[in-house]
Design a protein around this ligand. Structure first.
Ligand SMILES: [Zn+2]
Length: 193
């Protein structure tokens, strides 16, 4: 069962009832893009550390690159995702779903290149390969149901599936079986595993 989000309405691609932290890292989608894919990711900054606000700072180009040695390896990176779900299930939206967020990079799925053009990116706060919290599954399911109200979604995949060999998130700690069963009878295509 998923909990309902309050005032769950869409306004110009922004989901009402969740926190909004507009990121400058986005662009227009190509004309006539058919938004039918959700790409799931995992992220933590620095890796394995949670709840310090660094993900939101990164996506808003406000991260202090000198605050941690790891940040040197990503200095200058300009990325974003439509949504982040933290370890407590709190949802933050960074980019309108009507716009193109910068989350998937070079990618290919369901016969099409450049998944950023026509997908929605959801980052789960977590360590690649490690597990995720009950609250995250609950919020992910609630968010997916709201997305399905507004977009004709047909596919959900991990970053590892749209950029195999280059990316490995969210990794084996994400329970696709659990996610799939919590989504019930929705007509979505999942990765084969
Ligand atoms: Zn990713």
């Amino acid at each position: 069962m998923s909990k309902a989000l309050p005032n769950a309405l869409w306004q110009r691609g922004w989901l009402q009832g969740v926190e909004h932290r507009p990121s400058p890292n986005f662009g227009p989608r190509p004309a006539h893009a058919s938004i039918d894919l959700v790409v799931l990711h995992s992220i933590s900054l620095p890796p394995g550390e949670f709840g310090n606000g660094c993900i939101a700072q990164l996506f808003c180009n406000q991260l202090d690159w000198d605050a941690h040695p790891y940040f040197q390896s990503i200095r200058g990176l300009e990325v974003s995702s439509h949504f982040v779900i933290d370890r407590h299930g709190h949802i933050i939206q960074f980019v309108s779903c009507d716009d193109r967020a910068w989350h998937a990079g070079r990618s290919h799925y369901r016969g099409r290149d450049n998944c950023n053009d026509d997908s929605i990116g959801i980052e789960l706060e977590g360590l690649e390969g490690d597990t995720f919290t009950d609250a995250q599954y609950t919020s992910l399911c609630a968010l997916m149901q709201q997305l399905q109200q507004a977009y004709a979604l047909a596919y959900v995949a991990g970053h590892e599936h749209v950029a195999p060999g280059r990316k490995a998130d969210p990794g084996p700690g994400f329970d696709w079986k659990r996610f799939r069963s919590s989504m019930g009878n929705s007509l979505l295509n999942y990765p084969n595993r």
